[in-house]
Design a protein around this ligand. Sequence first.
Ligand SMILES: Cc1cc2nc3c(=O)[nH]c(=O)nc-3n(C[C@H](O)[C@H](O)[C@H](O)COP(=O)(O)OP(=O)(O)OC[C@H]3O[C@@H](n4cnc5c(N)ncnc54)[C@H](O)[C@@H]3O)c2cc1C
Length: 407
Amino acid sequence: MKKYDVIIVGTGHGGAQAAIALRQNGFEGSILMIGRDREPPYERPPLSKEYLAGDKPFERVLIRPEKFWQEKGVELLLGQSVTKVMPEMFEVQLGSGDTLGYGRLIWAAGGDARRLDCPGAHLEGVHAVRDKRDVDALLADIEGGAKKFVVIGGGYIGLEAAAVLRKLDCEVVLVEALDRVLSRVAGEDLSRFYEDEHHRQGVELRLGTGVERLVGESRVTGVVLEGGEELPCDAVVVGIGIVPAVGPLIAAGAAAANGVDVSDTCHTSLEKVYAIGDCAAHANPYADGAVIRLESVQNAHDMATTVAKAICGDPQPYDAFPWFWSNQYDLKLQTAGLSLGHDETVLRGNPDERSFSVIYLKDGRVIAVDAVNRTKDYVQGRKLVEARAEIDPALLADTDTLLKDML
Ligand SMILES: Cc1cc2nc3c(=O)[nH]c(=O)nc-3n(C[C@H](O)[C@H](O)[C@H](O)COP(=O)(O)OP(=O)(O)OC[C@H]3O[C@@H](n4cnc5c(N)ncnc54)[C@H](O)[C@@H]3O)c2cc1C
């Protein structure tokens, strides 16, 4: 049985950055990265943006050129899943049945696209948007003539997919079970702005409505909503979140509730096993220490660096500043901080001018900023969040005063 100093499970943002950061921090041991994806590490955000739109070829989505991994002495095992972790023997088992030994294990397996749980969910023409294969299948449908789409889910992935589908001249109805889009991640001002924008761009919205079933023989031809309305379609895009991919860790006894629990250096409860990225539940200082999972490139990247430092003998607590972005149509949203638990919002600027920010407060202090086409507010607002600045809401709303001058 072969043994590696570090085995990384997952070749996404977290896994790739863990290998990069290990080498940057002087780690000279053997590294194996195992990934279910068949392609070398690639970025996920373009999958619902430029790659889906045909504006960025796959080579430009790779996290590093293919030869980089070999040059850095990082072995890749692609198209393989880790199905079992045996923590007492420091071994993992692959889908092929092979076992491999590890000195340290970094679990960076992200999440699986949540599937619809209703009749017809497995019909042909029902697409997730999680990996390259999902998006290639969706693109093949579009090339094959699919024109009418139902997008299920009004989170960032569903909204971004809807925006690109409109750009590709498809008809889109977007269905969201809650009464507004982005309700889990943003305040009402932002939700209403994006609803109006999608409406203006020709997306029909059905809010506050669940899906009862999908219909069709072998291929989907319609979506039946609760209440009975049937939306005819050629294909469906489902963007209803992820299920953390932590099955083998939980089976091995790792402490877990939502994803897998990690310490401030991203260590799990299993000896020599770390977890990072979308699947890692951690106490986040920007959420008052609440235990949360963040699904963002920033979080995957910075947790990977935290683990690399810990492995290289320089452990530092994970306290990276949270940030996020989303592109829809000509709108660039940039988010600084976490709005979780806010009790007040301030609108800065005019949404009708397509350049404004929403500032989130908790107990009178700035905890997050959503800036739409307003990079200056994002950059300067970040400083207010870092300082948890206590600022008069009327002043925050005053666009004649720069945010940086309020500190
Ligand atoms: C379409 C899309 C758009 C996004 N847009 C944005 C954005 O605009 N901004 C932003 O900040 N974030 C965005 N995100 C989120 C961001 O991409 C994720 O938060 C980030 O990829 C998480 O990194 P990760 O390493 O935890 O997981 P991932 O990048 O998902 O990587 C996990 C890897 O593990 C593999 N894997 C899973 N289980 C196993 C196993 N048992 N064995 C082997 N391999 C396994 C998977 O195949 C995958 O390659 C987007 C995500 C998607 C899907």
